[in-house]
Design a protein around this ligand. Structure first.
Ligand code: SF4
Length: 80
């Protein structure tokens, strides 16, 4: 299934970090992240459940996790 409303991007510089993968899996209330063999994995079928809480962005180094509002012309959550 392809997400319609939300996309999440994790920067290559941190995507392979197993500790970050665990942390993101813990903080996201709707299980969009999971720790995988290659680090942070995105659970595509949960993307549209995103509640825009920004917990993932706060848990990761600044600017490395982007929540993109596809329904809003690709606006990035938290960007001014
Ligand atoms: S903003 Fe909240 S719900 Fe959305 S991906 Fe980040 S932690 Fe999960």
């Amino acid at each position: 299934m392809t997400a319609i409303f939300i996309n999440v991007e994790v920067d290559q510089s941190v995507a392979g970090d197993p500790e970050l993968a665990k942390k993101l899996a813990e903080v996201c209330p709707v299980d969009i992240f999971k720790p995988g063999a290659s680090g942070v994995e995105i659970v595509e079928e949960n993307l549209d459940e995103c509640v825009l809480c920004q917990l993932c962005m706060n848990a990761a180094p600044a600017g490395t996790v982007k929540v993109i509002k596809l329904y809003d012309g690709g606006a990035v959550l938290g960007a001014s």
